[in-house]
Design a protein around this ligand. Structure first.
Ligand SMILES: *[C@@H]1O[C@H](CO)[C@@H](O)[C@H](O)[C@H]1NC(C)=O
Ligand SMILES: *[C@@H]1O[C@H](CO)[C@@H](O)[C@H](O)[C@H]1NC(C)=O
Ligand SMILES: [Zn+2]
Length: 264
């Protein structure tokens, strides 16, 4: 069966290779914009209680006798805080480390699945397969990174609201069900990773982490704390998922950027 999108992709691929010849001509002709989907790393960055918060452990900044400036800091931080990647090794003993994830899995088409109107600010919301039936009809055969938008970035300035910290010190924020994770990893072999605009792909109150286990088992990475407080097209963007290359990392701080067609 031949899809129209395949024909168009073939034709545009032909033109890109033969006429434009170079990616700079495509990316810098005013048709694309670069959208930063990362939170800054500073004293407010969200980490789990068992992780080292982002901290400058040494800060140098001074003018020398000749009046020229010199600054250089040292920092310490957990792997899993702020906008970050989870490598498969996070939940699978022989899974890939951050430093081993090949770059062709880190620069891929981005699909945003906006379920924020279903979530409706409910910190107990869990995403099940029946919420997503419409995705089944979409063509997702190219490699891709799927980000689920729960509408949670708007709470990022209020840590206890964002994490849903309760009196008994448990977390409550929405998440993906194990069912959806199993479905993606078994039915959509082109998906290389999944992301969320919350602190974890599993719901905040999870204690058995079925989503982390399913993605790690299938060799997918997760991205957590995606900054989605701005409009990002659901289709048509390319994700640059470029973590710090910690060779033996179970995770790493990440600069996540989307390259998107400009809206006319
Ligand atoms: C969700 O929360 C935001 C921020 O507190 C608020 O502006 C919005 O009205 C809420 N939406 C619903 C459906 O309650
Ligand atoms: C903690 O509080 C939340 C919400 O108030 C509740 O759902 C949860 O069951 C409580 N957990 C424990 C261990 O008591
Ligand atoms: Zn993580």
């Amino acid at each position: 069966m031949v899809y129209l999108t395949d024909v168009l992709a073939f034709i545009s691929g032909f033109f890109i290779i033969n006429i434009l010849a170079n990616s700079n001509d495509i990316l810098f002709n005013e048709d694309y914009e670069f959208i930063d989907l990362s939170y800054p790393f500073d004293k407010n960055t969200i980490y789990s209680p068992v992780s080292q918060n982002f901290m400058f452990i040494k800060k140098i900044g001074h003018f020398d006798d000749e009046g020229s400036w010199y600054a250089s800091n040292d920092f310490a931080a957990g792997e899993h805080g702020g906008t970050h990647i989870d490598a498969p090794y996070h939940f699978k003993v022989d899974g890939k480390y951050v430093g081993d994830i090949p770059v062709d899995k880190l620069i891929v088409p981005l699909i945003i699945v906006d379920i924020s109107s279903k979530v409706n600010n409910d910190s107990n919301f869990v995403l099940y397969k029946h919420d997503l039936d419409y995705i089944l009809n979409d063509n997702m055969r190219k490699p891709c990174f799927i980000v689920f938008k729960f509408g949670w970035s708007k709470f990022a300035n209020d840590k206890s609201k964002y994490l849903g910290i309760t009196k008994n010190n448990t977390y409550n924020f929405p998440g993906i069900s194990g069912e959806v994770a199993e479905w993606i990893t078994s039915s959509y072999k082109n998906v290389v990773g999944i992301g969320v605009d919350t602190a974890s792909v599993d719901k905040g109150s999870s204690t058995d982490f079925p989503v982390h286990k399913a993605t790690a088992k299938a060799g997918l990475f997760n991205v957590e704390n995606v900054k989605l407080d701005q409009h990002v097209p659901e289709y048509g963007c390319t994700a640059l998922i470029l973590p710090m290359k910690i060779a033996l990392g179970s995770g790493a701080p990440l600069r996540l950027v989307a390259i998107c067609p400009k809206r006319s």
